[in-house]
Design a protein around this ligand. Structure first.
Ligand code: UD1
Length: 379
């Protein structure tokens, strides 16, 4: 039984389900799989669109927990999932990534004495104020099998005392999706993507061509929940970034809500060279990222994709749980935090840099197959 809830889970579960189907087509020892959607993300553009694009079968069970505080989301998921686990008695519960479904799924599985596997285990930002770090720590403390995306994650887990036999270095499952889907993304036309996803018809569409536009995404509470920090980032985007290149900003519902609450929305809408887009589908964002001059983001997944695509990436965070994506490890991303001086310095430095795609070990598109093989061995 796999438990997913929020947008970044969907691109990670798709290859896992595909690998189960492949295994079942070639083996007598069939795996029965149930997909549980907690319902944390429910907008079509945050959820169903990804199921459709990535051919994820409809969830077998939908918990419909919706938005709320962390305690509400985790608590409501646990209450609903306990009933589901009791009714279906899975051999394994699988959680992916670091969203609230991971925390709730892990605790509920172990309280019901069910084996637990965590895909994308061992990532550590060291920042316990990040809700995702709490979720990672809980899952990795409880999991029976910990599937890691890189060797730094193995070291993190060993340092925390996780028995080595539980840790399986399998690579990055997001890259399975990137490899499987990139040819579909390549066929899309960037101008059409923009026309189809423009948020406000009154905004003028800037002229874009390869390597002459910037992608911006922001959704971390540390950036968008604080008015002063968010305003400073926005001013920098307006006064400097968009003076150089058009900025395409697919806006996350959380960021939009905060802009409205802070009274900043009307200002954003009036920016000339910053185009607001709806949250984009997987192929759409991948297509735009491929030819972006630079990505400015606080998303972990985008840092990873930027590394494999070779697109220079400024990560608007002070820490990262994904150090292999940083330039010092050969990746494409630089941590710039949310201090404008620091962002400015790296922005101009990065503008002058060449693209350099790199591929950390085992980010080869076959991670899900390795995971399924290991799970089959464990029975
Ligand atoms: C969640 C994950 C985060 C992930 C992000 C990707 C946790 C702790 N956080 O954060 O790790 O990077 O998803 O998007 O699980 N909303 C909608 N429509 C939706 C869902 C949410 O409008 O379909 C709005 C609601 O106002 C909600 C807000 O967005 O309150 C925030 O959503 P929430 O699910 O709490 O967290 P994210 O910020 O999306």
């Amino acid at each position: 039984m796999s438990v997913v809830g929020a947008r970044p889970n969907f691109m990670k579960i798709a290859p896992f389900i595909r690998s189960i189907e492949k295994h079942n087509a070639n083996s007598d020892k069939k795996i029965e799989h149930l997909l549980v959607h907690t319902g944390q993300h429910y907008d079509i553009r945050m959820s169903q669109k990804f199921f459709d694009e990535l051919n994820i079968p409809p969830a077998d069970i939908h918990l419909e927990i919706g938005s709320g505080t962390h305690a509400e989301q985790v608590g409501n998921t646990m209450i609903a999932l306990e009933k589901v686990i009791r009714a279906h008695k899975p051999d394994w519960v699988i959680v992916v990534g670091d969203v609230n479904a991971v925390c709730a799924g892990s605790i509920t599985a172990k309280k019901e004495h069910v084996n637990l596997a965590h895909i994308e285990a061992g990532l550590r930002s060291g920042d316990i104020t990040m809700p995702e770090e709490v979720n990672r720590l809980v899952a990795d403390r409880l999991a029976d099998l910990l599937f890691t995306p890189d060797k730094i994650s193995n070291e993190n887990l060993l340092k925390e005392g996780v028995p080595p036999e539980r840790i399986k270095f399998v690579g990055n499952i997001m890259i399975d999706t990137l490899e499987n889907e990139r040819h579909k993304a390549e066929k899309l036309n960037p101008d059409e993507i923009i026309r189809e996803n423009i948020l406000l018809q009154e905004q003028k569409i800037p002229q874009i061509s390869p390597l002459n536009y910037i992608i911006l995404t922001l959704h971390r509470p540390s950036n968008v929940d604080n008015k002063e920090i968010f305003s400073q980032i926005i001013s920098f985007i307006k006064n400097e970034v968009s003076e150089k290149y058009p900025v395409l900003w697919p806006i996350h519902p959380r960021a939009r809500k905060r802009l409205e609450e802070f009274g900043l929305w009307n200002e954003i809408v009036s920016f000339k060279n910053v185009l607001l887009l709806h949250p984009l589908g997987y192929h759409e964002l991948l297509r735009l990222n491929m030819e972006a001059k630079m990505i400015l983001t606080d998303s972990g997944g985008l840092q990873e994709e930027a590394t494999v695509l070779g697109v220079p990436c400024l990560t608007l965070r002070w820490n990262t749980e994904r150090p292999v994506t940083l330039k010092e490890y050969g990746g494409a991303s630089v941590l710039v935090g949310n201090n404008v001086e620091r962002i400015r310095e790296e922005f101009y430095k990065t503008l002058a840099e060449e693209r350099k795609p790199t591929r950390p070990e085992l980010w080869d598109g076959h991670t899900a197959e390795r995971i399924v093989d290991i799970l089959v061995k464990y029975g």
